[in-house]
Design a protein around this ligand. Structure first.
Ligand SMILES: [Zn+2]
Length: 437
């Protein structure tokens, strides 16, 4: 104990002072007291010693610490002299621990022998004249992000990354890494915070040595949400187009990005897809159409639709007098669409009868021949109306009625001429033809 005190006295004052200190046991007027005291603790959670300012050094005598003065027994035992040198360092040098690992004035290491004083004095002196500053850097999103420090990129864990810089070593530059993809979001930089105060809005900032020994800087980011739009056509699923922020996109286009707090406008337009006309019904997120969305997570917005059919486009409903009536149309491209052929007849001086369903024709059909009626070149007998009505089995819907009258189209007028002209098709006998046109 005395030798440790003398070592420090030598280091602090020179050898001439050594004789003025008397080390005695139990002295009441000691200038430096060493106290063995049960300070508790067990396992790895032990205070080996304690400097109790200004001049008391406590040594833990809890019965568990295997103190030794024989350095060859370290690390199985704990070197008491290393501890005393450390604690007396607090007394003679004042202040706390140095950042130099290996120094006797680094945090006490029970597994090490640190009896050299000279280097400790250098460490502490260096710390005094050029104090180390602990600068801890964070990204506001936590997670494992990035930051550029003095031009080099570092990963920044959620617990922050600390740099130990001497005061003379400042300034340093910090650069936020914009548009980082972390935890499923793209993060957009917006400001720096020093401690808990706003610091700067520039992505690159210069930092000077802080007054205190520690400081932290946080690069603040907003998440950018990935937004996806889909249509839901009954029995078809996601197809067609959608308007986003005024432009029309296929629903299979890439996702949109929306920064937190911003909005995105969408419109589910009335549209035709594969022969079916689709009308907006509802959004998965509710609300009217068009509408503005303010996403708060990565989101898919689905527009639900209902389908409808338009009447077929008739391309021809006239022909030479005396030939069976032929109606032609543009087929619907959707192979789940069939055509239901309806007919109404009005005999001269009579009233309209029907409609009668004459046939249901497959999707690829583009004309129908009515062997029961013939064109004529003058209106002297009958008027006939036809409706080639598309039917879509997936949604069980039909087009609205749309009749063409085989009448006055060019010079041809339908007539009930089968009997008179003998042009009735051979598969129909005169006698069995119940309602010739
Ligand atoms: Zn200490």
């Amino acid at each position: 104990m005395a030798s440790v005190v003398y070592s420090w006295l030598n280091a602090a004052n020179g050898s001439s002072q050594r004789n003025v200190i008397n080390v005695t046991k139990g002295g009441s007027n000691a200038q430096i007291k060493f106290v063995f005291e049960d300070m508790g603790g067990s396992g790895g959670n032990i205070d080996y010693g304690l400097w109790s300012p200004p001049y008391t050094v406590k040594i833990n005598s809890n019965g568990e610490i295997p103190w030794t003065l024989n350095t060859s027994e370290v690390p199985q035992r704990v070197d008491l002299k290393s501890l005393l040198i450390h604690e007396l360092g607090h007394v003679f040098l004042g202040g706390g621990h140095t950042g130099y690992s290996g120094s006797c004035m680094h945090t006490f290491d029970s597994y090490a022998v640190r009896r050299s004083i000279g280097w400790c004095v250098e460490n502490v002196t260096h710390d005094y004249y050029d104090p180390p500053k602990n600068v801890t850097l964070y990204n506001s999103f936590g997670g494992n992000g990035l930051m550029k420090v003095d031009g080099s990129q570092y990963s920044i864990p959620s617990s922050g990354k600390t740099f130990y810089w001497r005061q003379s070593n400042f300034p340093h530059t910090l650069e936020a890494v914009n548009n980082q993809n972390v935890d499923g979001y793209v993060w957009v930089f917006y400001k720096w915070v020093k401690g808990s105060s706003h610091y700067d809005n520039n992505i690159v900032v210069t930092i000077n040595p802080p007054a205190s020994s520690t400081v932290n800087y946080t690069a603040n980011f907003d998440p950018t949400y990935t937004v996806n739009f889909k249509n839901s056509f009954p029995g078809v699923g996601n197809a067609g187009t959608i308007k986003v922020n005024g432009s029309t996109y296929n629903v299979t286009t890439p996702d949109f990005s929306v920064e937190s707090g911003n909005t995105i406008a969408a419109e589910a337009p009335y549209q035709q897809y594969n022969g079916i006309y689709y009308t907006f019904s509802s959004w998965s997120a509710g609300g009217s159409n068009p509408r503005t969305f303010t996403p708060a997570v990565n989101t898919t917005y689905t527009a639900y639709y209902t389908g409808s059919l338009q009447p077929v486009t008739i391309t021809s409903y006239s022909g030479p007098a005396g030939t069976p009536v032929v109606i032609s149309w543009v087929p619907n491209p959707n192979n789940n669409v069939v055509y239901k052929v309806h007919r109404k007849i009005k005999h001269q001086s009579g009233t309209w009868t029907g409609p009668d369903l004459l046939a249901t024709l497959p999707n690829t059909t583009s004309s129908y021949t009515d062997n029961g009626c013939m064109f004529t070149n003058g209106y002297t007998n009958d008027l006939i109306k036809y409706d080639i009505r598309p039917y879509y089995s997936v949604e069980n819907i039909s087009a609205p009625e749309s009749w063409v009258t085989v009448f006055g189209n060019g010079t041809f007028v339908p007539k009930r001429i089968a009997i008179a002209s003998g042009l009735l098709p051979t598969e129909n006998s005169l006698g069995s033809y119940p309602n010739p046109c």
